[in-house]
Write a protein that binds this ligand. Sequence first.
Ligand code: NAD
Length: 454
Amino acid sequence: MTTLDLIEPATEKVLNTVAVTEPTELDDIVSRAALAQQRWAAQRPEDRAHVLAAVAREIEENLEDLARIEARNVGMPINDARGAVAGAASTFRYYSAAPERLLGQTIPVAGGVDMTFREPIGVVGLITPWNFPLTIASWKVAPALAAGNAVLLKPAELTPLSTLRLAELARRAGLPEDLFHVLVGSGTTIGRRMVEHPGIGKIAFTGSTAVGKDIARRAAENITRVTLELGGKSASIVFADADLDAAAQGLAGGVFGNSGQDCCARSRVFVQRAALEPFLEKLHAVVDDIVVGDPLAEDTQMGPLVSANQAARVQDYVQDAPVLFQGSAPAGPGFWFPPTVLYPLDDDHRAAREEIFGPVVAVLPFDTEDEAVARANGTVYGLAGSIWTANAARSLRVARQVAAGALAINSYTSVRITTPFGGFKQSGLGRELGPDALDAYTEVKNVFFNTVGP
Ligand code: NAD
C-alpha cells in the first residue's frame, strides 16, 4: 500500500499518514459508483432531501473537530476554519431543498405536449485544491448529490483530511455506500485518470489555470463535461471619495485572508492618486495589527502558508519587487510569510500580473475612472473584485465594466452560498453555488408527447 505523509504547515512535523488510491482501483470504484447512482436517482426526492439535511447536521455536530483538522492541515486560523465548517453545513442544507425542486418546463408545440426534465449526469469527478478543502468540497458534493449523481472526489494531496472526514460523516448521516468516494493521490496519477475515464461524465475542477487547461484538453477526448474554477489576479479600485478606513480594512480582509491563498484575493489595489498617501498610511496601521501565528490560537488572524514550496514561491515573487512595508511573522519552524505591500511597481511587473497566492498586494495609483477600469481589466483573469467609493452611480457603473464574475461594492466578500460564483476569461468556465450549480450537474432532456392519437 502506498501512503502519503501530511506535513503540518505551522510545525513542519508529520500530522498524519494517509493511504493513496491506486489508479488500478479506479475502474472498480467507477462501476460501484454507477450502480449506487442508479439506486440514488430512483429514491424518492424527499428521502434524498432528508439525507442531505442529515449530512448538514452531522457537519454541525462535528464542527470543532472538523475546524481543528482544517486549521492543522491547511494552516487556516481556527476562527476562519470554524466559519468554513459552518459554511459547508449551510451548503448541504441549501442543496437539501433541491431534490424536490428540480423543475422542468412545458413548452407550447404543435401536435402534443413538450416537456423538459433535469436528469443527473451519472458519475461525476470532483477535483479540489488545498486552500479551502472542505468549503470547496461542499460546493461540489452537495449540488452534485442533490441533482442525483454519484461523486468521486480527489482532494489536493497536501490537504485531504477534512474531505476524508466529510465522507465518513456523510455515511453516518445515511448517504448510501459508494455514492461518495474520496480518492487520495496526485493530480498527474489519479487526477488525470479521472479526467480520462469514460465512465465519469463530468469533471468539476477548482485549481490553477494551468491545470484547468490540461483538464479541458483531456476531457475533450470523451466530450466529458467540465466546470473550471481557476486562478485570479483580482483588483480593488479605491476612489478618493471612499471611506478609506473601511477600504484599508477591507483590503486586508480581501488579500491577507487565508494568508492570501485565496483565488479571489484582491492582490492588485488601484488607488486614486489624491487618496494614495492617506490610504497607504491607514493600510500600514492595519498591516501592523495583523496577528500572524499559531492557527489554533484564538486571536490568530493569519496562519502560515500551506507548504515549503508555497513559501519559496511567494518569496521568489517578493525578492525582486519593491517592498513598501511588511507586517510580522514568527521565525519558524513553520512556513511563515508576513503580510507584504509592494509599491511602487508597474502593471506589467510579474508581481502585479501573475497570481502569487500569498499575503502580498501590489498598490497601483491611478487618475481617472476609465483608466482604473482599463487597467483592472488588463489581465487574463476575471474572477473577483471590489469597488470602494461613496458615489453610488459610479460604483455600479464601474462594477458593470469590470470583466469579472464576482464583484463587491464597498465590501471585499466574493462568495455567498445562494448566489452564483465563477470566473470570466481564464478564471474559469461555468458557475458554482446558488441555483446555477444545479444546471452544472444535470443534463436537460426534452420529451415530446404526441397527443394527436387515434
Ligand atoms: P492545482 O491546480 O495545482 O491543483 C488543484 C487540484 O488539481 C489538486 O487536487 C491537484 O492534485 C489536481 N491536479 C493537478 N494536476 C492535475 C492534472 N493534470 N489532472 C487532474 N488533476 C490535477 O491548484 P492548487 O495549487 O491546489 O490550488 C491553487 C490554485 O487553485 C490557484 O491557482 C487558485 O487560484 C485556484 N483556486 C481557484 C478557486 C476558484 O474557485 N476559482 C478556488 C480556490 C483555488
